[in-house]
Design a protein around this ligand. Structure first.
Ligand SMILES: *[C@@H]1O[C@H](CO)[C@@H](O)[C@H](O)[C@H]1NC(C)=O
Length: 313
């Protein structure tokens, strides 16, 4: 009886997936820019939409335009001002669209001349001290962002006229590295300056402070949200647990001091329940198979008849 439990569990999952697919609730695809979403003018970039392998059609759309292409990638051989903006993608299977991916912001850099980046009081900072990185430009921009090499998102600064300060309090070893900043105008949020010259921040150990513990994850400045990864559900482990309880070593003593009769009765109930579940699942599968068979002759391949574009967000 016990080895059948995981089988029921998997069968149940399969049926759920079939029902979900029929309702059109597909997993959300993800849209990425390779090698980066910051692209210098005239450089090449490829947008890739990732989702299930077997679908009828992939579509990558540029938001606020009517531009789209029905492929799971979009190669931009030479970045132009017009290519900058927000993109999203989705896919179509049967008569349903998947939910759209998160938006991808494709930014053209090198539109304006580079700002200058400097560290105050110095780019060599003793551990635990404060340092301020200043991004400055002779032109009037109202937006400044700071990137650290290897980090995903930008740091956001406090604005001043013609520049921004990026204060870092109590530096840790994790702050050492290479920084660059960009300037842009909030009226054209996807058109940025060229990057500043790289600034290397060196965190030096002070004699009184020897680092003993691992540095905490980077400061409060870090704006990029790191989404919590979804942990696998605990369902499988609970199934295993209940299995462990059910299995008694070589069928000797019944678990939990139940009398042998109770144990046999309990097993009968389980067997009946199992049989009912199997019949239910078989019924569902048969119905699904039947309805698909019925639908097939009327089905038009979606590739021949793409749905209209998704409504703009
Ligand atoms: C899309 O449809 C095909 C054919 O019906 C099917 O084999 C495939 O699993 C479907 N893909 C998804 C993601 O539902």
């Amino acid at each position: 009886m016990s080895p059948a439990l995981p089988t029921f569990f998997c069968l149940g999952l399969c049926v759920l997936q079939v029902i979900q697919a029929q309702r059109g609730s597909f997993p959300k695809p993800s849209l990425q820019a390779q090698p980066s979403s910051l692209v210098a003018l005239e450089q090449s970039v490829t947008l890739r939409c990732q989702g299930p392998r077997v679908v009828d059609l992939y579509r990558i759309e540029k938001l606020k335009t009517k531009e789209y292409n029905d492929q799971d990638f979009r190669l931009i051989p030479r970045m132009k001002i017009n290519d900058a903006g927000r993109y999203r993608c989705s896919y179509q299977n049967g008569s349903h669209w998947s939910p759209p991916s998160d938006h991808l912001e494709l930014i053209a850099t090198g539109i304006y001349s580079k700002p200058s980046l400097s560290a105050h009081p110095s780019s060599a900072v003793p551990l635990g001290r404060d340092v301020t990185l200043k991004c400055q430009t002779p032109k009037s921009f109202d937006q400044f962002v700071l990137y650290k090499e290897g980090d995903t998102g930008p740091y956001k600064g406090t604005k001043r006229w013609y520049g921004a300060d990026f204060p870092i309090t109590k530096v840790t070893a994790a702050h050492s590295g290479t920084y660059q900043c960009y300037s842009f105008s909030s009226s054209f949020p996807y058109l940025w300056s060229a990057p500043s010259n790289p600034l290397v921040l060196v965190v030096t150990a002070t004699p009184s402070q020897v680092p003993t513990e691992a540095p905490p994850p980077t400061t409060e400045l870090l704006e990029a949200s790191r989404r919590p990864s979804i942990l696998p559900t605990t369902k499988i482990s609970t199934t295993e647990k209940s299995m462990n309880i059910t299995v008694s070593p070589e069928g000797s003593s019944p678990p939990f001091g139940f009398s042998h009769q109770h144990y046999v009765k309990g097993n009968l109930v389980r067997i009946c329940l199992g049989a009912m579940i199997v019949m239910f699942l078989v019924g569902l599968l048969a119905e699904h198979w039947h309805s698909r068979k019925k639908c097939q002759p009327h089905r038009i391949r979606a590739v021949q008849r793409p749905l209209p574009p998704l409504p703009l967000a």
